[in-house]
Design a protein. Structure first.
Length: 126
């Protein structure tokens, strides 16, 4: 599946970004290789995840949630989660964290908006 280059997808992304920012969330667009797994991510503040392509699964506290394209999935603060790309094609999603609920030190440690649990624990000691 190729990245939809349509005006509809561009419009959907613009609407998502506007909505995220109006609600006080950061906005990050991801494109990842098929089969990639992001493990041990940590929700320091409330976070929102929106799949843009099929084939993404979230593992939240051991429970699996299939992420349907353009459906918002909220992640509660203080929880660990994984993102699993189980598609034969590139996986794309948008992701944001509640800016007011995060520390500036952890914002610096985030990789493309995602916070590894180890980085969060490190930031608590500094």
């Amino acid at each position: 599946m190729d990245w939809p280059d349509s005006d509809q997808m561009k419009e959907a992304l613009e609407e998502l970004e506007t909505s995220f920012r109006e609600r006080g969330y950061a906005f990050h667009l991801h494109c990842d290789n098929p089969g990639r797994i992001w493990r041990n991510l940590y929700a320091e503040a409330e976070e929102v995840f929106v799949a843009l392509t099929p084939g993404l699964t979230l593992a939240i506290n051991g429970a699996l949630k299939q992420a349907r394209p353009l459906e918002e999935v909220f992640l509660e603060p203080g929880h660990r989660f994984d993102i699993v790309g189980n598609s034969a094609h590139a996986c794309r999603w948008v992701y944001g964290y509640e800016i007011a609920g995060t520390k500036s030190s952890t914002r610096v440690l985030r990789s493309n908006g995602l916070l590894m649990e180890e980085d969060w624990l490190f930031a608590q000691t500094t």
